[in-house]
Ligand binder design. Sequence first.
Ligand SMILES: Nc1ncnc2c1ncn2[C@@H]1O[C@H](COP(=O)(O)OP(=O)(O)OP(=O)(O)O)[C@@H](O)[C@H]1O
Ligand SMILES: [Mg+2]
Length: 361
Amino acid sequence: MATLTLTHITKRFGRDVVAVKDFSLEVPDREFLVLLGPSGCGKTTTLRMIAGLEEATEGTIEIDGVDVTDLPPRKRDVSMVFQNYAVWPHMTVYDNIAYALKLKRMDKQTISTMVKEAATLTKIDQLLDRFPAQLSGGQQQRVAVARAIAVRPKLFLMDEPLSNLDAKLRAATRTELKAIHAKTEATSVFVTHDQAEAMSLADRIVIMKDGGIIQIGSPDDVYHRSANLFVADFIGTPPTNFMNVELEVENGQCQLAGPHFTCVLSAENAAKIEDHDQRQLVLGVRPESILIVSEDDAVLSAECLVSEPQGSHQIVAIELGDKIVKIIAPAHPVIAPGETVHLTFDQEALAFFDKETGLRI
Ligand SMILES: Nc1ncnc2c1ncn2[C@@H]1O[C@H](COP(=O)(O)OP(=O)(O)OP(=O)(O)O)[C@@H](O)[C@H]1O
Ligand SMILES: [Mg+2]
């Protein structure tokens, strides 16, 4: 097992493309770290540099304190799993998993033990004699995972390994990957553009945009303490609702004036923003933090535009100013289009962002 340290890593392709910009990160032993961001933000390039498949233009990469920046992939002691499985079609499952162990010139008995152990962990121990063509996509991906963990690498790298699986299998395999990590405790770096996948797997999430790091934090951090508008919008489904509001201070009382509402702020919220140098702010409120209440307790009332039943809850959409605001409400009573809903905000869950910089206040 190992630690990974990236220091000021930059990757340029030719003159014009800067795929990764000044990326610094420390991954402690046994951590499951997820790189999350939209398409083209530099996730794969970062992972390939860690694996040694791509050369860093600037910066250094250390594994367990040893500088591996100029070492070829095979000398870095890392395993990588790709999106498209990349298992060898002409070899049985057993031979696929055993291949890298044979290269290490281990004896047959040890290889057999290690293959079976990896196969048991990934639940493919019944499939060892089959060829990849005789397996489903999900099973092939397990072979790729088994092959990667069998060698007991210092680092386990995965680039969107679940994205070719259908939604149900994807969720199930995700749970298994987490269980495998709990057992092997291999330091892992996992790339995805799927925020739900990142939230469920990660000890820490690195949110990337345009080749740089926007925020590093636990799933709880990035969800409840999003560093800026980009993160608050990217994490969570439905995403955070944003409203342009104006802060008003009268007789020592702070209130927000928004589209069709005014809301007196709790003392904690007032303390957060009363000294901010701008009065025009962006209010961020998560769909589950807008609560349906009686008319007397409401901060605002609006007509339901549509309601989407989800089984365990419903997503109610209302129009507020020029924006659609989404609310996660209990499944019952079902709210019909045209029905008036009375709403208030959970003050503890409100977030405030600077209108110019987008940064959380
Ligand atoms: N070999 C290459 N030559 C030139 N540009 C490249 C090369 N590889 C990647 N890029 C560019 O670098 C940027 C980052 O690409 P990268 O593949 O790392 O993104 P990503 O975050 O993995 O995206 P996705 O979610 O779509 O896989 C993109 O703008 C991409 O076009
Ligand atoms: Mg990629």
